[in-house]
Design a binder for this molecule. Structure first.
Ligand SMILES: Nc1ncnc2c1ncn2[C@@H]1O[C@H](COP(=O)(O)OP(=O)(O)OP(=O)(O)O)[C@@H](O)[C@H]1O
Ligand SMILES: [Mg+2]
Length: 259
């Protein structure tokens, strides 16, 4: 079982949009059995993937309840399965981090090749513990000054975790406005920075209403408008990100301990 965590403590940068597209690409183009785990109490991923946000039973919170069986994921209206979010998910961040480690460890009993975590825009166990599963950390970022300020903390967390657990890092520029000299300057600084630069994907995702329109329709951008070059760029980015994880040999120790 491989893991991709999509996170950034900044809100509205495209975590959910990218999570959905990565999960869809992995399932459709790569044929990977893929589960999207919605750790955000806002449940945007759940809503966009299934058409509803509220599930009475079988939500992610059951993972924290050792008296509940591991919840059965549901089929999305795309090609992957979903573990629906819960509006009270933020409660788990108040518990010791170990509770979340135990909870996410229970995912290993499910039969998936790839698990994609969509996370809330806040530092806490629901952001950090998914990263501890290893694999790939994907950080979408908007080229705005606040986004860079928040990034240092996240890069520090990644540095600490990746010293113990193999966790690749990819920063993905999203909501790029072409010809914005303001954004150009920020990206230039980021690409030159030794902490961020080496991890940045060269491809950039532009700000386009195509993205919310496609998701409202329950589709990835490349199915919504096949002729749009921006849609093709989303597919290129998702191809790179999924191949980074799915290419890794799967015969590691985790498989042995979880059968
Ligand atoms: N490249 C883009 N162009 C235009 N709109 C976009 C793009 N990427 C994402 N969006 C839209 O921006 C909004 C915020 O994106 P999204 O929900 O994916 O961000 P988020 O980081 O998950 O936010 P939150 O922190 O609230 O969970 C959504 O309406 C989404 O459809
Ligand atoms: Mg989100």
């Amino acid at each position: 079982m491989k893991f991709i965590t999509v996170t950034n403590q900044k809100g509205g940068v495209g975590k959910t949009a990218l999570s959905l597209h990565i999960a869809e690409y992995a399932a459709r183009a790569k044929g990977a059995r893929t589960l999207l785990v919605d750790l955000d109490g806002q449940r945007n991923a759940t809503f966009l993937a299934t058409g509803r946000a509220r599930y009475e039973e079988g939500t992610v919170l059951d993972l924290w309840d050792d008296e509940s069986p591991v919840p059965r994921p549901i089929a999305s209206r795309m090609s992957f399965d979903v573990l629906p979010g819960n509006e009270f998910a933020a409660e788990v961040d108040k518990q010791p981090e170990e509770e979340t480690q135990i909870a996410l460890h229970r995912l290993h009993s499910l039969d998936y090749d790839l698990v994609v975590f969509d996370t809330p825009p806040a530092v806490g166990a629901r952001q950090v513990v998914p990263m501890q599963q290893g694999g790939l950390l994907v950080v979408p970022l908007e080229p705005e000054i606040q986004a860079i300020q928040g990034l240092a903390g996240l890069l520090q967390i990644w540095t600490n975790i990746s010293q113990e657990i193999p966790l690749a890092l990819r920063l993905v520029v999203n909501k790029r406005i072409k010809n914005s000299t303001h954004q150009e300057a920020i990206l230039d600084t980021l690409r030159r920075s030794p902490a961020a630069g080496p991890h940045m994907l060269p491809e950039e995702l532009t700000a386009r209403t195509l993205v919310p329109n496609a998701l409202k329709d329950g589709k990835p951008v490349w199915d919504y408008d096949r002729s749009d070059p921006a849609a093709a760029m989303w597919a290129v980015v998702c191809k790179k990100l999924t191949e980074q994880v799915l290419a890794v040999d799967d015969t590691g120790t985790q498989e042995e301990t979880h059968g």
